[in-house]
Design a protein around this ligand. Structure first.
Ligand code: URA
Length: 239
């Protein structure tokens, strides 16, 4: 890849800034300070220094984002803030993995690793997603059984069995729901099918990845090495 692209991908500066750094000799490639922005470099093989400090290229970026209410799970939107408005990265190929409704909050993975996205979203892989939901009405043991059996939510096929756990029962209930699919408005439609309304919805986990409890809505951080390793693990191996 081009030297200037590699440096701007690594957040050294904008394309114009890195061109200036290159011109002024602040960048070296294998000890050579007289290099051109369009020089082809091989990350991992070439030693690239900025002001004497080595720049290690990362092909992929992985962010855990705590999606706030009102934010749209898309790259662009004319009316609303999108996930990409929150994440400060020069990478143009970052995308959210899966979708959350505009009023849903919680865990969203953002990456440019298409293989991992595919693995997490593929229906065949049955990656479990858990949600916390506030429900208008009393969620009953019958509801738990109906969720377990697989509800008819108006699609060609019923929803796959889901684990519903009631944490607080009352006029308003607090529940956890674990599903292995990602159908449009799935949780809202499942509760609708048992005559109840979702008042708020927050995603807590996706596969082995759990929302960091120290993040606040709108905040994000890079995944740790362990989190990434666990996510990439074959599904038949427990992390
Ligand atoms: N189910 C929903 O109804 N909405 C979401 O955002 C995610 C799952």
């Amino acid at each position: 890849m081009r030297l200037d692209k590699m440096l701007s991908d690594m957040q050294i500066g904008t394309r114009n800034e890195v061109k200036k750094y290159i011109k002024s000799g602040q960048i070296s490639v294998n000890g050579n300070h007289r290099v051109a922005p369009e020089l082809k470099v091989h990350p991992g093989e070439d030693t690239i220094l900025f002001r004497g400090k080595e720049i290690c290229y990362e092909a992929y970026e992985y962010y855990m984002f705590y999606k706030p209410k009102g934010c749209v799970t898309a790259r662009n939107d004319n009316l609303h803030k999108t996930v990409m408005d929150y994440i400060d990265s020069k990478r143009k190929d970052l995308s959210p993995v899966g979708r959350l409704d505009r009023d849903t909050t919680g865990l969203l993975l953002v990456t440019n690793d298409g293989m991992l996205s595919h693995k997490l979203l593929s229906p065949a892989k049955h990656v479990e997603k858990t949600y916390e939901a506030r429900i208008r009405g009393r969620v009953t043991k019958e509801d738990v059984l109906l969720f377990q059996e697989g509800l008819d939510i108006g699609d060609e096929t019923p929803a796959k069995p889901a684990k519903l756990t009631v944490l607080k029962e009352g006029e308003e209930s607090l529940v956890h729901v674990a599903v292995t699919e990602g159908r449009y408005h799935q949780i809202k439609r499942m509760f609708h099918a048992v005559g109840k309304e979702v008042l708020s919805l927050k995603r807590l986990s996706m596969g082995s990845l759990k929302l960091d409890s120290t993040l606040k809505p709108g905040e994000y951080r890079k995944l740790t090495k362990e989190e990434l390793l666990c996510l990439k693990m074959p599904e038949d191996i427990e992390c």
